[in-house]
Design a protein around this ligand. Structure first.
Ligand code: F3S
Length: 399
């Protein structure tokens, strides 16, 4: 693999052991995938921020990097951490966990990371342009960057994205190359999903049945930003999909000739597949202890929808309504008055964390309603999870 002089210096340890470790990791990955060279990245998004996920070994590695004085070379954001900085006590998380989590955050801050911890980095200041090479971890963010923004990234791990943030490089292979971005399956959507749950379920179905594909959808050009977000998150959680195109909507869709589309496999999908997907991911459960919303993190519009639907109705005693979002979106929602209206009537908005990476298994919550297929996919082992539309979720917790 060809390396520039600067990359060689990093590899050879001229800037210290930590940069050398990062470069070694990137070269190993590059050689595995037969990359000819590295490419400079415009931004990085790093997962593996929660102490629940990285534990002591992760914290030790980060500490060693920090103590050696390494700093990010490009704009770099973080995925959700294990708790809300202010409300962790309120929901019953333990102090030891909180202290460890704050230590991790401090280290990331010291290395120059932007400390908004969110899986929607593109809404909070890390929005690459079409054609930019980036190195993003977090499957739902990665698929959005590739498909909706037209940036170029592979599905990075937390570690490889960290290595890219510190070196400013990623190996040039996979989705960084134009020839690997062509659709492999043409999906004709014959039913118009009626809410975000159904859009997510459509994505989940495609990811499960065509896990290695690059889908090209027709019949979805009416999707909003939130629709594209949940479609991608569904595909990326049930499959290894990192790129899709939507006819007349996403930036690269118009590039493909009718010949290329003809060569792609064809598939039709409708209401039946969507219904079955929701059913398969749901447990029978008539009384949720809690409603969890915000996987991926809710946008300002989604928080507004919750506020409007609540219509000043109160959340039942002993029920919980938790909404997860980024600190930045939360601040905007607070300024407009959404936060006050939701929290005054018993909802809780948690920032920079999420239901999957937070250690909430021991808080006495057993059954959950959520509108997210990704959340259902990851939480099923620890909770009794039922998928419902946003309005059904909310109706279930109001008194
Ligand atoms: Fe985001 Fe956590 Fe879901 S990182 S996509 S809210 S699992």
């Amino acid at each position: 693999m060809y390396l520039t002089r600067e990359e060689e210096k990093m590899l050879d340890g001229e800037y210290g052991e930590s940069y050398s470790k990062c470069m070694r990791l990137l070269v190993t990955v590059g050689e595995m995938f037969e990359a000819k060279r590295m490419v400079k990245v415009k931004s990085c998004h790093v997962s593996g921020v929660s102490y629940k996920n990285i534990d002591e070994p992760g914290l030790k590695l980060l500490k060693s990097f920090f103590e050696e004085g390494v700093r990010v070379r490009v704009k770099s954001t973080l995925n959700p951490m294990g708790m809300d900085r202010e409300k962790w006590k309120l929901i019953g998380l333990n102090k030891n966990f909180a202290l460890k989590q704050l230590e991790i955050l401090k280290i990331f801050g010291g290395m120059g990371f932007n400390l908004t911890c969110s899986c929607i980095p593109y809404l909070v200041g890390n929005k690459p342009k079409t054609g930019d090479h980036v190195a993003w971890a977090e499957s739902s963010a990665t698929i959005y960057a590739n498909s909706v923004l037209g940036a170029k990234t592979n599905r990075e791990s937390g570690l490889s994205a960290l290595a890219s943030a510190l070196t400013g490089r990623t190996p040039l292979y996979g989705y960084h190359l134009e020839e690997n971005r062509k659709p492999t399956i043409h999906v004709k959507v014959e039913y118009k999903p009626s809410n975000l749950l159904e859009i997510g379920a459509l994505g989940y179905f495609i990811g499960k049945n065509f896990p290695e594909s690059i889908p090209y959808f027709s019949g979805l050009d009416w999707l909003s930003m939130d629709g594209l977000k949940v479609l991608g998150s569904g595909m990326a959680s049930s499959g290894a999909i990192a790129l899709y195109h939507v006819k007349n909507l996403t930036p690269e869709a118009a590039k493909f000739s009718s010949k290329e589309l003809k060569e792609a496999e064809k598939f039709k999908v409708g209401l039946e597949e969507i219904k079955k997907t929701i059913q398969d991911l749901s447990e029978e459960n008539s009384q949720p202890d809690a409603v969890f919303l915000g996987c991926p993190h809710y946008s300002l519009n989604q928080i507004r929808d919750v506020m409007l639907y609540m219509k000043k109705r109160r959340v039942k005693a002993k029920r919980k309504l938790w909404i997860f979002t980024s600190k930045k979106v939360y601040e905007e929602a607070k300024k407009i008055g959404y936060v006050n209206l939701i929290e005054k009537f018993g909802g809780l908005i948690l920032n920079d964390t999420c239901m999957v990476v937070s250690p909430i298994e021991n808080l006495g919550i057993n059954s959950i309603y959520t509108d997210s297929c990704k959340a259902a996919h990851y939480m099923a082992g620890n909770f009794k999870v039922t998928l419902k539309s946003l309005t059904q979720c909310l109706e279930a917790v109001f008194s």
